[in-house]
Write a protein that binds this ligand. Structure first.
Ligand code: PA5
Length: 444
């Protein structure tokens, strides 16, 4: 099977000891055994490992039908969710949709990922004059941000269409049996989809969590799953450093041990910027524990070469880059000769914009490498549903392995609770009286 992703670590490997790449393989193999046997920390959340092979075909068909129905009944789909409950869908939609959607049948907008009143008010005003539907996504069914957004948009929908007709426009993705959303869906007869018990939010893009909005956006989810299935059969093999996931996990952990504590995912294709957001959540929430973990950041070049570029080239040597690039861009533009060459660009006549972008990549790679910034380069032949599915699985598997190499549980997120507890106490939620008193004292 031909690998849809090429990985080049030549511009990074000289920053680590020559024999360390082989040496760390032992740790990666041990991590792999934990995943295979499901005996590592959080081993009950490994449903994503075989998902591309074992996914629920019946639900998959229902997702495709629901997507079709949404496209018929609405001009806007409001996807409500936060963290793993929206980032994967947004990442895939942004990667695979045209930049400008004018005239498209269905527009997909997101809510519940922030609590800006201005955002919610302006989005409400934008959607209420058009036909719309809602896909509310929350595994727990109790997360504050999406719960608030759902209240607002459900009310809007009920006012617009009436109680009964509104029910036909609400699609719920949540736990199979538990949680407030499950109860509400049963009471009202909303169509529901399942977030499997053994898959945590940030690993759920290939479940109904991601698939319904992605399919509604007109993306071929069968191809997406095919790409992930291909990746699964390639990377689950135990073939040392020939396995690109092993290679990536090895180099990022070795660089981390050498003091490169920041990994910056870089793309030269702005369509991939949200995929970097998804990747940041995946790795950040999985690895940042027990005072450890790489800090994950992202940048879009050449845009950010004019903001972050100075720091990367000459600032503190704490970061390395992992570049995700597309070999054959979807579209191109040939640069033409002009009579007067005032801007001095006639030397580019006959070249395409993507050729210029490629040389910007190469020039940056060489400059940053020269500036002691290690670079890892992923190359995708094409930006299509299959290669994106492949990439999603690649990073999920790398994250699971890398977390175990770091010695942490990559499948929980205890640190996310601290702000929630304080927020509940400050808002006066019953049961939080003592914490509220403590916080008020602290805050003067
Ligand atoms: O990765 C995770 O588990 C989190 O980011 C969750 O997806 C996020 O907190 C939303 O949780 P829920 O789907 O329960 O509303």
């Amino acid at each position: 099977m031909e690998n849809a992703i090429k990985l080049n670590i030549d511009y990074a490997s000289e920053f680590v000891a020559q024999d360390s790449l082989m040496a760390i393989l032992k740790e990666i193999n041990a991590a792999k055994r934990l995943i295979d046997a499901k005996t590592g920390a959080g081993g009950e959340f490994l449903g994503w490992v075989d998902l591309p092979r074992d996914y629920d075909r019946e639900e998959f068909k229902r997702i495709q039908l629901a997507a079709k129905k949404i496209r018929k009944q609405a001009r806007i789909l409001v996807v409500i969710g936060i963290g793993g409950s929206y980032l994967g869908a947004k990442a895939v939609l942004d990667a695979l949709s045209p930049y400008y959607h004018k005239g498209r049948r269905l527009e997909i907008v997101f809510a519940g990922q922030n609590m800006s009143a201005t955002y919610l008010r302006e989005l409400s005003e934008y959607v209420k004059t058009k036909d719309f539907a809602i896909n509310v996504i929350s595994k727990s069914g109790t997360t504050t941000e999406p719960a608030i957004a759902f209240r607002i948009f459900k009310k809007l929908l009920e006012e617009k269409y009436g109680l009964e007709a509104a029910k036909e426009r609400i699609y719920v993705t949540t736990d199979k049996t538990k949680g407030a959303l499950r109860v509400l869906a049963a009471q009202n007869g909303y169509e529901t989809f399942v977030v499997p018990d053994d898959i945590g939010g940030r690993y759920s893009v290939l479940t109904a969590v991601g698939l319904l909005p992605i399919a509604a956006g007109g993306i071929n989810i069968r191809d997406l799953m095919k790409g992930a299935a291909e990746a699964r059969s390639i990377y689950r093999k135990n073939n040392g450093l020939e396995n690109n996931v092993h290679k990536y996990v090895a180099i990022r952990n070795l660089l981390y041990r050498k003091g490169y504590a920041v990994e910056m995912q870089v793309t030269y294709e702005p369509k991939l910027a949200t995929l970097a957001e998804w990747w940041k959540q995946l790795f950040g929430e999985s690895e940042g524990k027990d005072g450890q973990g790489l800090f994950v950041a992202s940048a879009t070049f050449s845009t950010d070469l004019h903001s972050l570029g100075q720091y990367i080239q000459e600032g503190k040597k704490i970061l390395f880059e992992s570049v995700v690039r597309i070999e054959n861009p979807e579209r191109d533009i040939v640069l033409e000769k002009e009579g007067s060459d005032l801007d001095g660009l006639n030397y580019l006549a006959g070249k395409t914009v993507s050729e210029v972008n490629d040389q910007a990549f190469l020039g940056t790679l060489l400059a940053h490498h020269e500036g002691q910034v290690p670079n890892v380069v992923f190359t995708l032949s094409e930006l299509d549903a299959k290669s994106v599915g492949h990439l999603l699985y690649f990073f999920e598997y790398a994250c699971g392995l890398s977390g175990y190499v770091l010695g942490i549980n990559p499948f929980n997120q205890p640190g996310v609770e601290a702000y929630k507890q304080n927020m509940f106490a400050l808002l006066g939620k019953p049961g939080y009286e003592n914490l509220r008193a403590k916080l008020q004292k602290k805050n003067g």
